[in-house]
Write a protein that binds this ligand. Structure first.
Ligand code: SAH
Ligand code: SF4
Length: 362
């Protein structure tokens, strides 16, 4: 191992330069980074991996993020919304199989009727599961009032990726209008905290024009904003999006994957007690992607519980995995995989962010 990496890994506090050094580690240096991250994980959050059953509730979206396959402007996508009964069936499956929690994710919408529908659904899920299922939402930017209504109805975590923490890069990946404003997204993260959610954020890795310095700043952003949980993964191009034009200047997918893995490891060292997800986009590039993430620091996994007939239409990016596997197959396959990665499954537990609990008690 090079002396530089060894020195960095022994430090209590990492500087931006240290982080850039770690993100650039290759070969034996990289293995040392992974080993150090695995140790931190074991010490601070333990071996347990928590499940969040994922319901991709709808691909209807009012926004037009330039990278996303379900953006409003993609007329090729067949739009759907999962029915209330189907959501409740999926929630029951999660509950009966002792998945501690659900994630409800969808495109961004904010109509009155929609907001109420989500609110009603949350109450139904809570009632059905006797309050036992934890609920994370990932429904984009909303008003404080909406966040509060959904919180009061039973959601207690919220995932809103900043996507890229550099405000100068943000407009490269989003249309230039008020609906897609970096500062509004940041404000939404503050609102979520104010309302009382465990706040999750994240970024895409390997975007065109993004540098290693930017990625180091992304990690520091999570630290500065004291984020409780992070979901991040490789950017994967989608043919029917404006950003597809940059496909030839991207890193290879394998490079994006390797960089994402290092991001997970460095984040675990930087923020020892947060929750970090092993994301589906990792698995889209490498069939063992989520297991590898678990080994180097991730402790959350989101088995897909979306009814299979809708899954093909929730294509945020190309090659999304497991779109033809039902919940039962998915569960069996995952269990084996997590054990292989040296993890244990936290059945029947919410697996809340320890970081959040600590802040609350301070
Ligand atoms: N509409 C909500 C949640 C659904 S999108 C929102 O935008 O917050 C969930 C995440 O998918 C986004 O935050 C984005 O980071 C990710 N995503 C979208 N397109 C992607 C792509 N082409 N490659 C990788 N991740 C993508
Ligand atoms: Fe809509 Fe989210 Fe995709 Fe943006 S990333 S277009 S808000 S679903």
């Amino acid at each position: 191992m090079s002396q530089d990496i060894k020195k960095i890994l022994q430090k209590e506090i990492l500087t931006r330069t240290d982080i850039i050094g770690l993100l650039s580690a290759e070969g034996d240096d990289r293995n040392q980074l992974f080993a150090a991250a695995a140790q931190v994980k074991e010490k601070y959050v333990g071996k347990k991996v928590y499940y969040r059953g994922l319901i991709e509730f709808s691909n209807l979206c009012g926004k037009n993020c330039l990278y996303c396959g379900i953006r409003a402007g993609n007329k090729k996508t067949k739009r759907y919304e999962v029915t209330e009964q189907e959501v409740l069936d999926a929630a029951r499956y999660a509950w009966e199989n002792k998945f501690g929690s659900l994630v409800i994710q969808a495109g961004e919408r904010s109509g009155k009727e929609y907001i109420r529908r989500i609110e009603d659904l949350l109450r139904e899920i809570k009632r059905m599961s006797k309050g036992e299922l934890g609920i994370t939402l990932s429904l984009g930017e909303q008003s404080e009032e909406t966040y509060r209504r959904w919180f009061d109805a039973g959601a207690h975590r919220y995932l809103l990726r900043i996507e890229v923490s550099n405000p100068d890069l943000y407009p490269k990946y989003h249309p230039d209008n008020k609906k897609h404003d970096y500062h509004a997204r940041l404000e939404a993260l503050y609102l979520l905290r104010k309302v009382g959610y465990q706040v999750g954020s994240g970024v895409m890795i390997g975007l065109p024009f993004q540098t290693t310095e930017d990625l180091a700043d992304d990690l520091l952003f999570f630290q500065q904003h004291d984020i409780d949980m992070v979901g991040m993964g490789p950017y994967i191009e989608h043919e029917d999006t404006p950003m597809y034009q940059y496909k030839d200047i991207l890193m290879t997918r394998v490079e994006r994957f390797n960089l994402s893995l290092k991001m997970v490891a460095v984040l675990r060292i930087l923020m020892k007690d947060i929750n970090i997800a092993a994301t589906t986009a990792m698995q889209a590039i490498d069939p063992m992607g989520r297991e590898k993430s678990i080994k180097v620091g991730a402790n959350i996994i989101m088995p897909n519980l979306t009814p299979t007939q809708y899954r093909d239409d929730y294509k945020l990016y190309e090659d999304k995995p497991c779109t033809d596997e039902d919940a039962e197959e998915c569960k069996r396959c995952l269990e084996a995989r997590i054990h292989m990665a040296g993890g244990e499954i936290g059945y029947g537990e919410w697996g809340d962010s320890k970081h959040f609990a600590k802040r609350k008690h301070e």
